[in-house]
Design a protein around this ligand. Sequence first.
Ligand SMILES: [Zn+2]
Length: 460
Amino acid sequence: MLKVQVPPRFTKERLYVLDYLINDVFGIHYDVVINEQIDKYMFSYNDDLFLVIEDHFFGKFSLEKPYHSIDNLPNPIHYMNVEFSESESFVSLYHPEGCSKIFETFSTYYLCKSDIIASIFFMLTRWEDHINTNRDIHGRVSASNCIAYKFNFLHRPIVNEYIEFLWNIIESKNFKIYRKSFNFNFVPTHDVDYVAQYYFLSFKSLAYQLIGDLIKRKSFSVFFERIKSFAFSKLFGIKKDPFFTFQNIIKLSNKYGVKSYFNFFGGISNVKYDCNYSLSNLHIKNLLKTISAEGHMIGLHPSYESIRNSDLIKSEKDNLFKVCKELNINQLSWGGRQHYLKWDISETSRIWENIGLNFDSSLGYYDGPGFRCGICYSFPIFDFEKKRKLNLVEMPLIIMECSYFDYLNLSFQEAKNRSTELLNKTKKYNGSFVVLWHNDRFVDLNSDVYKLYLYLISNI
Ligand SMILES: [Zn+2]
């Protein structure tokens, strides 16, 4: 039997990580003992000690002192070649001062001086983002402000690297224990900000847009193209509207055997940033029915101001659930993503859990594709303020299309290279490659953004 002895204090935090690693990821039954006498994590099998991991984080604090502060961010960070690590250079976040060697082999056990338990906790809980007061106009943290970006490992799922490191150590001992296996999964998600570009548009709104084409954009071609598309959409129905690209998205997902996740607004709270469509509209009800009948998922896209507003998210969720119930749409689990990726790691998580949603996929940086949580697996969210594992799963977002083309202004080739690297890393660990491609980005089949999607889905 695998047994882990754990130092005292901060046991909720320590056990959250150990339970995720050993139970959820490896699928192994294990014993855990809180030992008041020790200051390190001690791993044994049938009572033979085989691994000691030093504690260089939680042991430093008294229970009264919250640890989430700038002073406790990883510093310095070391890159080292370490036995049992498969990656080119092991990223050590927490270790002893002035440490030059973080792994040692003794006759019967190994000693790891890098506190990978605290490092995993740091990456998964995102307490780093919570304490960051540097926000954009939407209240979001930029990738450029995070440790993973600053120290050049946002493109590496370092939690997966720690998981394999730990498993390689266990495996080297030839114990008769076996781990659970994961399958690579391409997860296309589509936040439905706009169902249609023109179908629901009034003549008055069209007139404003046309004036903008002539005065602001100074483009006759856009002006005439807009009139044509508007007329086409109004005359021939919503299916001819440029943004109504759902049939193509579903066709592609069906062709490659993947499940798409479509997240819908259940209401609006900010006329400037939210998009106005009603779930009670017959066309939208038909769309929901088609998505479900084709075997894809429907989720919630809570509105712009909802981030810390429990009543608002609940009413939007109730609205979506009411319509789905009326349409006989049943799903085993319900999730979604906050509009603009506006997620408060403490408050929004609690609200989503409270109202019974099962999973979220908001945790990716708006301006930095990569592994914001350091992992390409789903994991339970931990409320570090209330010291509690939530009944809510995070399915971390790896790529949002507008990060490349709107925020970072990358060329197609640069976006393709970076995506390929992220895709290959996710495949290596049999993880979930979660991407966000809005339905209004499937309009121009010659655009870079569409071509990148086609490239990704055809290379899975
Ligand atoms: Zn949105």
